[in-house]
Ligand binder design. Sequence first.
Ligand code: ADP
Ligand code: MG
Length: 663
Amino acid sequence: MALKDIKGIGPRALALLSKMGILNVEDLVTHYPFRYEVLTRGNLQETEDQAHIIIDGRIESSPILMRFKAGLNKMNFRLVTASGVVGVSIFNRAFLKSQLTVGTGITVLGKYDKKKNVITASEIKMETLSNKAKIEPIYHLTNGLSQKQMATFINMALLMHGNEIPDYIPSSFAKSYNFSNKKTALNILHNPPSEEKLKQATIRLKYEELFAFMFKINYLKQQNKKKNSGIARTIPKDKIEKFIQSLPFVLTEDQKMAVDEILKDLESDGRMNRLLQGDVGSGKTILSFIAMYANALCGYQSALMAPTEILATQHYHNMQSFFEKIDLNIVLLTGSTPKKEKQEIYKELKEGKIDIVIGTHALIQEDVEYANLGLVITDEQHRFGVNQRANLENKGKKPDTLYMSATPIPRTYALTIYGDMDVSTIKTRPEGREKIQTILKKNTEIKEVLSMMLEELKKGHQIYVIAPLIEESENSDLTTVCQLKDQMKLAFGSLFQIDIIHGKMRSEAKELIMQEFLQKKIQILISTTVIEVGVDVPNATMMVIFDANRFGLSTLHQLRGRVGRSNLKSTCILISDSDTKRLSIMESCEDGFVISEEDFKLRGHGDLFGTKQSGDMTFKIANLKQDYKILLQAKKDSEVYLKSKETDQEILKKELIASVQSA
Ligand code: ADP
Ligand code: MG
């Protein structure tokens, strides 16, 4: 089913389609309209000059055909409609002439020239629409492709290969829901005959998409749960207990419970696949250290993966200091580790000389081999896609996996992305933490903000200043951060050290700045969202976020979590002239779960996972927010299906499973 074999798709169209990520026939026929235009029948009097009109009537005069050079032609005729007589011109439809006889009822779609009383038709239908409205699909396109071409390609593909498009709904379910077959549903989506039919077909395709997704999730979960699929260990609990006793703080009840759950998973011969979720600052990191320590005590290697170098480096230093007196070989491996050092680390990992490796994506991107990888932990898990998850897991034989996330996610997402995992939740924060005071300010109140900053600086505390909406890839970020730097220099430069950090800086430079901030050599750190995740500088007690309206609530919550990391009173100032109602949720609420639900209601999941992470959460037609009920049904059905044994279903199962494995 190659695209190039579709009639009408030449090399040029092929290139344009592939630019849009449409690489095969299935991609093409599931390139769903992103909206529909409903054309209702118009009336000559009420239609404005040059507006689109759809009107039916009877042909009053025989079409006059004119032929031009290069095979072009035009036909003119008069049409009697309910609202008067109108002239119709249509280009290049000479082939219709024999059908357009006087007295025939037709429907004309086109643009109305009021002065000339002529419709330039784009389409003529050889029947009157009676009372039906015409529903036109509107597609996302790329430069060089027209709506019409896209529709033509899709319909041609459906015509040629419509029956070969895989249908993931098992026949028993299709029957009980009275679903049409895949081809019919696709046809309706691209050529809706009525709103009612469109609605039914849409539900059917949404169900299919969610069913297939939930099936994969359930399948993965089933595979993980299999006995003997993991490593069984006997953990010397006394050593773990001794280490916990040596900590400068007492673990909270939730932390203790999570440790128990994790250690139990490590001991069992099933494979651990656990999500450790807890709000920012709830103390997840130390639990990952304990898990890696336990793993090392049993003779296995661990890998801890963080989304940024800053965070990986911070974890590394932290772990070093917590385990100062314990004999563990811990290394840091990131994209900026010098090549020679990297080679050495690879070698030692392969030889089993390293107990624990902490790093970034470099860990998975490069071909790292482990002697006996037993545990893989990813921090701020929502930053990694399911595919990346799978990647690292494959490096070891059957390593246990722990995912840590500070993004509390709404139930729907828990069901989907995390549906294959067990979950430990830390609800309470360590004691002695003050509530972070959050204040909304307008740009006109900047003087007040500056004086609040001064008060804080005078106490010897440090401040984060966040620059607005800055994606590391955008060209505008530097100036924006620099502008803030100039402003801050003007206000505080004579008394305090100010510096910047952003995603375009080299890792060593970032690392240096973070170290200086931690050592209080810098008082005001101006940053992009690079510092969003995980960074821990307890003496930083204030955060000022400019153009706060540009961020999602979950992002703001993550950002805010950088302060309030000690028993010092902390403040977060959100500056924005608009969107104050949404932002005021931040003033009253400190519960990440509630905030994420609000964010979800307001913005959908895009912000929760960010653009980079959303890859495997984007559905082609389903929308988790709107289709929650369908999701629940699909989930239930997929569980039933996974357990059933009927033959036609086995074939389907194989296909779905194969698609899991190739993902
Ligand atoms: P997060 O869950 O956001 O990753 P961290 O693990 O970075 O949070 O913890 C935040 C801070 O709290 C760290 O400095 C950590 O050492 C400290 N911490 C962790 N557990 C406790 C506890 N039970 N009591 C006091 N402080 C703790
Ligand atoms: Mg963390």
